[in-house]
Design a protein around this ligand. Structure first.
Ligand code: NAD
Length: 506
């Protein structure tokens, strides 16, 4: 690993950002941050405790109740959001290098993340200016309108896969709608999130509107979820963490948006364009190191083309370039952290008894250190196998044959998850009928995951609760107060009037 690339000017210590200031934890606590290629500590980060979260919430609450941000006109806020987008784009090279260094994501795939993060801010800048709400008239009686209001302090809790982009996904709509925020980024990958402080300050976001507390989920995350002045929690992460947060938020009936795990199927019918399906399913499961919530990690293939698919898919998987994330030739980099590497590696070992190993199967020979796993393909995987049912979140795929549409649908829906699904067929009627039967929040027909920011994003079953994306994000981050105005005399039963006249009579 002597050639391992280390970006210039890496911080050796990463702080919180509270009320416009970069600060350490009040009690001085820190945690170590590793890079996934050498697994050595390259920085420490402030480890937020309850007291630090309390300070961030006070700042955010004050900015909400008495600062200008919630009261600005949509156009003024949109201008700031567009300035943030420009700044994110201007950081493209540094951001991509940092993201790659901290997460192990291949550099060519990290570049796309900066552009997408910027696009999230531009999109919500446009949306709040275009936003209008219903007014409803009952002729001669009443006019009603919707008064849309920001809610308060939003707690944003994010995972380590594509961290900066996923943070932007929550920051942009939360801030666009006039809320103030406390962001708790994932502890495996705090580096790129440290760029937000200067980006927001330079763009003119007032102090206290954006706050960031680093730290462990069970400390900083937990304190944010339980804080009485945080009415909204938007969470992206594992299903089990989501369940815990749901329970912890229940006593205060918080607004919750939950984007959770997945085990998404790609279903390939015999009439599909097989070349396109192979390209797409390879990319769908091995891009972003397979650490992707919408990864097509189960591939269901119709029996007539099963043999051919398996041979061609496995040959390509063996050919994928695994290596240093900073090398532009790399297609699969290093998994984020040794703990996650150990989890994925254990599933690879399990898979050897649950399916037929066609490619990969562990650490590549040429990479003796670092969190590398060769793209791994298991065929003939039965639906009750753990590698069919459980989210692995790495470069590992289970391939299973089917005969009929009905069997394919049963297999596709046969997990607790329901995030995404990909259907490959040239039969239009089958495509739409099959999509309708799928228990998945998002379906792509003849494509991998290509997003239109206006569409709902979210999962069903154990993959999530609620939808983000487009106006659905605006709805999540705002209250819609109904205001009713009478246009004439209102019929009002005169309670108490009979008794009053009786008592006067006696
Ligand atoms: P995770 O659940 O371990 O952690 C996510 C975040 O929650 C981190 O910031 C963590 O510190 C915090 N957290 C942990 N325990 C907490 C607690 N008790 N209270 C409050 N916060 C707590 O998830 P991860 O390993 O970082 O991310 C991978 C998971 O995220 C996968 O399951 C993946 O499918 C999912 N994911 C889903 C989507 C989606 O949109 N559906 C997108 C990306 C990732």
């Amino acid at each position: 690993m002597s050639s391992h690339y280390v970006p210039d000017k890496l911080p050796h210590h990463i702080q919180h950002f509270i009320n416009g200031e970069k600060v350490d934890s009040l009690g001085g606590e820190t945690f170590d941050v590793l890079d996934p290629v050498t697994n050595t500590t390259y920085a420490t980060a402030a480890a937020g405790q309850k007291a630090d979260v309390d300070a961030a919430v006070v700042a955010a609450r004050t900015a909400f109740t008495s600062g200008p941000w919630p009261r600005m006109k949509a156009r003024e806020r949109a201008r700031v959001l567009n300035t943030i987008a420009d700044a994110v784009e201007a950081q493209e090279d540094r951001l991509a290098e940092w993201e790659t260094f901290d997460t192990g994501l291949p550099i060519t795939q990290a570049r796309g993340q900066a552009r997408r993060a910027a696009e999230n801010f531009r999109f919500f800048a446009d949306l709040i200016v275009a936003q209008f709400d219903d007014a409803m008239k009952v002729p001669g009686a009443q006019i009603n309108y919707v008064n849309r209001k920001p809610i308060g302090v939003a707690g944003l809790i994010t995972p380590w896969n594509t961290p900066f982009m996923l943070e932007s996904w929550k920051l942009a709509p939360a801030l666009a709608t006039g809320n103030t925020v406390v962001l708790k980024p994932a502890e495996f990958t705090p580096l790129s999130a440290s760029l937000w402080a200067d980006i927001f300050t330079d763009a003119g976001v007032p102090p206290g509107v954006f706050n960031l507390v680093n730290g462990l989920g069970e400390d900083a995350g937990d304190a944010l979820v339980k804080h009485p002045d945080v009415p909204l929690i938007s969470f992206t992460g594992e299903t089990t963490t989501g369940q815990l947060i749901f329970a912890n938020a229940a006593p205060q009936l918080k607004g919750l948006s939950m984007e959770l795990g997945g085990k998404s199927p790609a279903i390939i019918f015999a009439d599909a364009d097989l070349d396109a399906a192979i390209d797409s399913t390879l990319f769908g499961v091995f891009s972003l190191n397979g650490e992707r919530c919408t990864a097509g990690s189960r591939i269901l293939v119709q029996q007539d083309i099963y043999q051919e698919f398996c041979e061609r898919f496995a040959a390509r998987a063996k050919n994928i370039v695994v290596g240093d994330p900073h090398d532009p030739a790399t297609e699969v980099g290093a998994l984020v952290h040794p703990e996650h590497f150990a989890k994925v590696a254990s599933y690879v070992e399990l898979g050897k008894s649950e399916g037929t190993l066609l490619a990969g199967g562990g650490r590549p020979d040429h990479l003796p250190q670092g969190n590398y796993i060769a793209p791994t393909v298991f065929a003939d995987v039965a639906p009750d196998a753990r590698i069919f049912q459980e989210e692995i979140f790495g470069p590992v795929v289970a391939v299973t044959p089917f005969e009929s549409d009905a069997e394919a649908l049963e297999l596709a829906n046969n997990t607790k998850y329901g995030l995404a699904a990909y259907v490959w067929t040239s039969d239009l009627l089958r495509a739409h009928t099959f999509a309708d039967g799928l228990q998945a929040g998002m379906v792509w027909l003849n494509s991998h995951n290509v997003r239109d920011l206006r569409t709902p994003f979210g999962g069903v079953k154990s993959s999530g609760l609620g939808h983000e994306g487009g106006y659905r994000s605006i709805d999540f981050y705002t209250d819609q107060q109904a205001v009713h105005i009478s246009l004439g005399p209102v019929h009002t039963p005169k309670f108490g009037s009979a008794a009053a006249s009786r008592s006067t009579d006696s």
